[in-house]
Write a protein that binds this ligand. Structure first.
Ligand code: PLP
Length: 390
């Protein structure tokens, strides 16, 4: 099989498997004071220091979680709750409409407790319009609990102007949360900028079920999971030592040569896009080649149904995704594509291709060999459906 769905979850790196396996054999709870406990604790703290050095943040700003979803929920709700307790007039959250559901759902849930949610406008490439943020910061001066804008979008790969966003919010004394799950490893990532950030190990070659919440502590944040007092009381629960050391090993490898990785992904993605445009000339590329994530291409195939095309490619030995894997199975148009102004038909016929560390040019060549027939068959099926249904 050729796997071109690394944005959903990338292949685990052998260094992560090795580190995970070694640590899995250790006995004891890393919170215990005896020798076995201390050994586990040492591994966790070494991992924290190594990750901090790679990410350019201080070790005490890192909190281990069960993944990106938990880190997003913890940051968003923990910050809003603490800010509202400090000052009940803070009843507004500003969020981009293209966030992952791990950010959008907890924020939208705040409406029930009387919060106002403002969604930022994005342009056709999925980039947040900073001018709109400026307007909202003025309109709601003194009332904003949080601004949440992801670092890079998981469906179309749009990289957001986080530095600009933070530089507008900081003088207004407004904390920024940025979901960096898809961005880790990209050159130029500076996770010390936002007050909170989320990461997930399985997107960069680490184990599934482990992630990181980064909290710079410029603004307070309530604990999310209580009990046990682990992680400075911010996130209770026995630490998963093997997953944490596996994640640290993966991150170390990701940061060993970010420029080379970026160049490799860009080259594979560009060759994929050029090949698709050659064989399916009316295909529309929705992702931005220059300003987007280097390894991701989001393409609409007119006259096709995305699910059908994905399944045809799957049976031809190539695994790709319809929009976002986290919401696949749902037939409604992706909220990201809707916010970008992509019409329902184009959105419904789109696929996400994402390359990763284990891909080679041969993988792209296999896709390009099987794609024309898959598109032709998906188009036949698409034309037939309304006839059969009528
Ligand atoms: N945020 C983004 C941007 C994602 O792409 C994902 C996963 O697809 C998540 C959050 C959730 O991360 P996890 O799978 O670790 O819970």
């Amino acid at each position: 099989m050729v796997y071109l769905d690394h944005a959903a979850s990338t292949t685990i790196r052998p260094v992560a498997v090795q580190a995970w396996t070694d640590a899995a054999m250790l006995t004891g709870n890393p919170s215990s004071s005896h020798a076995a406990g201390r050994k586990g604790r040492r591994l966790v703290e070494d991992a924290r220091e190594s990750i901090a050095a790679n990410l350019g943040v201080k070790p005490d700003t890192i909190f281990f979680t069960s993944g990106g979803t938990e880190a997003d929920n913890a940051a968003v709700l923990g910050t809003v709750n603490a800010r509202r307790r400090e000052d009940p007039r803070r009843d507004v959250v500003i969020v981009s409409p293209i966030e992952h559901k791990a950010v959008l759902e907890p924020i939208e849930g705040l409406v029930a407790s009387g919060m106002t949610i403002e969604k930022l406008r994005v342009d056709r490439s999925g980039r947040v319009q900073v001018a709109h943020l400026k307007e909202l910061l003025t309109q709601y001066r003194g009332r904003i609990a949080l601004v949440a804008v992801m670092w890079a979008n998981n469906e179309v790969g749009a990289v957001q102007p986080i530095e600009e966003i933070v530089s507008l919010c900081r003088p207004a004394r407004v904390p920024v949360h940025s979901d960096a799950v898809q961005a880790v490893g990209s050159p130029g990532l500076s996770l010390a900028l936002p007050n909170t950030a989320a990461m997930s190990a399985h997107k960069l070659g680490g184990p599934k079920g482990v992630g990181i919440l980064i909290h710079q502590n410029r603004y307070p944040m309530d604990p999310f999971i209580r009990g046990g007092g682990q992680e400075n009381g911010i996130r209770g629960g026995t630490l998963d030592v093997p997953c944490i050391v596996g994640m640290a090993a993966a991150i170390k490898e990701v940061f060993a040569e970010p420029e080379a990785t970026d160049a490799k992904y860009r080259q594979l993605r560009n060759s994929l896009v050029a090949g698709v445009q050659d064989s399916v000339p009316d295909a529309v590329v929705n992702s931005d080649a220059d300003a987007g994530l280097p390894g991701l291409a989001h393409i609409s195939f007119p006259g096709c149904e995305g699910d059908a095309l994905m399944l045809l490619l799957d049976s031809a030995g190539v695994e790709v995704s319809v929009g976002s894997a986290c919401s696949s199975g749902a037939t409604k148009t992706s909220h990201v594509l809707q916010a970008m102004g992509i019409d329902e038909e184009a959105a419904g016929g789109s696929l996400r291709f994402s390359v990763g560390w284990s891909n080679t040019q041969e993988d792209v060549d296999v896709l390009l060999r099987v794609l024309p027939e898959a598109v032709a068959r998906a188009r036949q099926a698409y034309v037939r459906t309304p006839v059969e249904g009528s």
